[in-house]
Design a protein around this ligand. Sequence first.
Ligand SMILES: [Zn+2]
Length: 197
Amino acid sequence: MITRQFGIPVTSPGAILRRERDLGTPLGKKTAEVLQSGGLVSDKIIIELIEDWLRLHGGHGFVFDGFPRTLRQAESLTSILARLRTALDLAIWLEVSEQTVRDRIAGRLQCGECGFTTSSSSAQFAERAVCPYCDGPLVRRNDDDLSVLQTRLQEFHTKTEPLASFYGKMSILHRIDGNRDREAVFSDISRLLENKR
Ligand SMILES: [Zn+2]
């Protein structure tokens, strides 16, 4: 939606890694195993992939979804951007409760072809679970098991939460209540991006 509305490319480590996996690269195969077991791919690999992506696509603005997730990633991103002579305008912190996370994981569907993610409670997918973009099959993700959640939450608290103060100190952090429906959240994000244009 951000790409359509603002003409800015959006990516996530997940999207980049899924592409590596689909291309069958050694890196793609290795990281698929890590993700399957609920772990996080190493900072070094993520950072290399992000830098490659930025050099190819980041010339006229960009949005990262779910990156950086660790202090080391954030510090590396700062150096990469300094080399590319650019800087971050915004760090958006989507705050969600643990219950919201549980509810969403339990109801999440993903396209097996293009990676589009939606929720099984969306009425339009109730009858036929087909991707609106490529007609691929919408299936539950392998890493969606609630058993994996505990590992993820722990990693979030120890590794990701410190980023709030990292970007807070740079005065670019904006907190958004992510427990609301996606239209309300998207409209808040749009307003922030609009002000930076
Ligand atoms: Zn699709």
